[in-house]
Design a protein around this ligand. Structure first.
Ligand SMILES: C[S@@+](CC[C@H](N)C(=O)[O-])C[C@H]1O[C@@H](n2cnc3c(N)ncnc32)[C@H](O)[C@@H]1O
Length: 401
């Protein structure tokens, strides 16, 4: 282990080393604790909302009515949204108990609350903290005991609205208040985030009014806050502030701002004022989700080990599988091992999709392509073009052979 650490330190010292170090890391074995990549991983809620565009993910997964789907739980929002495609079951895995507690509380809200109570409680708009606690008390009897205990002990997260309580959401609050708020006037922000029906107009406004040294300096803080405290043994210390800025400068030419709820939240720390709400928070989808919420199956476990042990579980294979950007939090060898194991638990013609954070592109292991999966190049292009988030490499989609 100490030789590995020494090698990692040596490799970290030069630019080629950073890439090599990815390869040099070993594969951890079954049951072994996965090295944390983010501060507080598995100890508290890091992501209370997803930064992945569920519209692209649904397009890539091609879920059909009656399918059995695999996804990551995260905060629950994106996993629950998959119910809109009418799968028979969505298995949502996470190795973080607090993330699962959040996902389960969101499910219970959909099951037991009215639409208005649901969105007010979770934190779409401001609500008196006492009122949120009153709503929580009205449904907590329906929660599993450990979920209830967790939320009983974390009322401050309920007070602020559970979709706003994650570590990353708090980082974005700092970004919104201390960077964007300073770089742009309220009027500029509102005008810019409302644009997109006419992309020529958006491009012109961005170039003439928004873009400039002050905006760029501020925007770089997004990359800084996002990667602050990341374990660079796994996610190499790249120049994320500039990588994120360059990606934004490219994507803003083609992505309508008025459709990107990600950017509304990150720039203003608000939901649904200038852009539509996330799909699972939209009123038109509420009754369908309420009807189907019983199809969610929340599972605790580590993804690579889950796939490896899947054959012993005697369960039907999945029809579609979304891996989120989980393999960003793995060494390259574990990324490859995970994808090889994933391909074995998805049915023939089922799609597997994964994301990589901008700057850290990963692909399918060579030995898999053509023998176990075929890369869906058209889907990759379409999903990536549709992507309303500003953080990802091209979205990877392949079909199992
Ligand atoms: C990859 S994270 C990133 C957040 C995601 N990009 C989003 O926008 O929501 C999503 C979830 O995966 C979980 N996770 C990460 N690595 C995992 C693993 N190896 N096995 C199981 N869950 C994992 C995290 O706890 C987190 O809740």
């Amino acid at each position: 282990m100490s030789i590995l650490r020494y090698t990692n330190k040596f490799l970290a010292g030069n630019i080629f080393g950073r890439a090599l170090r990815h390869v040099a890391c070993r594969t951890y074995s079954e049951g072994e604790e996965v090295p944390p990549v983010h501060l507080g991983q598995n100890e508290r809620i890091l992501f209370s909302m997803s930064l992945e565009d569920i519209r692209s993910i649904r397009h890539g997964l091609e879920i059909k009515s009656g399918d059995r789907v695999f996804t990551l739980a995260s905060g629950g929002g994106n996993a629950i949204t998959l119910l809109l495609d009418d799968p028979a079951e969505v298995v949502a895995l996470d190795f973080s108990i607090p993330q699962l507690h959040l996902a389960k509380l969101q499910s219970a809200c959909i099951k037991y609350l009215s639409y208005q109570e649901f969105i007010d409680f979770v934190g779409v708009k401001n609500m008196e903290p006492e009122e949120r606690v009153r709503i929580f008390n009205s449904i907590k009897g329906a929660l599993e005991a450990d979920v209830r205990e967790y939320w009983n002990a974390n009322t401050s997260d309920i007070n602020q609205g559970i979709i706003n309580c994650g570590d990353f959401e708090h980082r974005f609050k700092i970004f919104a208040e201390n960077a964007m708020n300073v770089a742009l006037s309220p009027n500029q922000m509102e005008t810019f985030l409302s644009m997109g029906d006419d992309m020529n107009e958006q491009r012109r406004y961005f170039k003439d009014v928004i873009d400039g040294e002050v905006f760029r300096r501020a925007y770089r803080r997004l990359g800084y806050w996002t990667f602050k405290g990341t374990n660079t043994d796994i996610m190499p210390a790249l120049d994320y502030p500039n990588i994120f800025l360059q990606h934004f400068l490219n994507k803003v030419k083609t992505t309508p701002m008025n459709q990107s709820y990600f950017m509304e939240f990150i720039f203003t720390w608000k939901h649904g004022v200038l852009t539509p709400l996330r799909e699972y928070l939209q009123e038109e989808n509420f009754d369908v989700l309420k009807d189907r919420i019983g199809r969610m199956k929340w599972l605790h476990g580590e993804m690579m080990n889950y796939f490896k042990t899947f054959p012993t579980l005697n369960q039907p294979k999945f029809d579609a599988m979304g891996l989120s950007n989980v393999t960003d939090l793995m060494t390259l060898s574990n990324h490859n091992t995970t994808l090889r194991a994933a391909a074995k638990v998805v049915k023939q013609h089922g799609n597997i999709l994964f994301l990589c954070v901008k700057g850290l592109p990963k692909t399918w292991p060579e030995d898999l392509v053509g023998s176990a999966v075929v890369i869906e190049h058209d889907k990759v292009k379409e999903c990536s073009e549709m992507d309303r988030a500003f953080f990802w490499e091209d979205i990877q989609v392949a079909k199992v052979l």
